[in-house]
Design a protein around this ligand. Sequence first.
Ligand SMILES: *Cc1c(COP(=O)(O)O)cnc(C)c1O
Length: 285
Amino acid sequence: MNSVLERRLAAMKGTEACLVFGSGYLANVGTIPALVGQADTILLDELSHACMYAGARLSGAEIHIFRHNDVEHARELIERAQGQVLVLTETVFSMDGDRAPLLELNALCEHSGAWLMTDDAHGLGILDAPNPAPIQMGTLSKAAGAYGGYVCGPAEVIDMLVSRARSFVYTTGLPAPVLAAAIRALDIMCEEPYRADRAKDHAALFCDLMRLPAPESVIVPVIVGEEARTMNISAALERDGYLVTAIRPPTVPKGTSRLRITFATGHTEADVRRLSETLNRLLQS
Ligand SMILES: *Cc1c(COP(=O)(O)O)cnc(C)c1O
């Protein structure tokens, strides 16, 4: 059943092959050190997920952080880098729901011989635009509602991971019921695109009602600023039936505490309207 899921994912991503891992975290901490080592360089978008940082440290490569979505900064760092360069970023950033400039980053990598690897944890099932990155990891635990991680890429990369990614080789794979759930979830994503559209419509309506810029995904941040106030608003929303997490330092810089709102298919338009009214009231009080 593993290979069925791997074929499905590779077809969805338009890559030659795919390898399924026990989780997204395991996919990143196994893949990154298999690709590069001590003589090499890793460039990480500063807002990359903790498990990309973990994989980067495990690899022993020199690590440089580029400013969020700043392709020019990445270019400067690549020019000074030693060995093979691996550039790591997310398709949709987990905290703010914004997207990486993948076409520009991919062009930069192709031009300079660097490898681009993206983390699509929040993009699977949501983003329509094809991803140009040759190596694409992701998780089945977010929109797919199952469990497990994967890496899609060229057959020679995937073959190498099968024997060299330690978090694949030395740990148990996913149980069959989880694989079956993931396969079914991918079927539903492909057969019933209105589900993703509905979640995206909710995010768009919310941003419209809140006079926020149009959303780039189904994750919408509302910057509040002060930590205690953000926590209080999150608690008030919870009493009102809304699970909206407060994101605060050290996850985000001091003074930029925010509410992270994630829209889903199961929400209704009335939920979205009531949320914006409640939130506007709380923000004004
Ligand atoms: C959740 C997440 C992961 C980890 O995936 P798991 O399958 O939960 O281990 C990796 N990267 C990003 C960006 C995530 O949001």
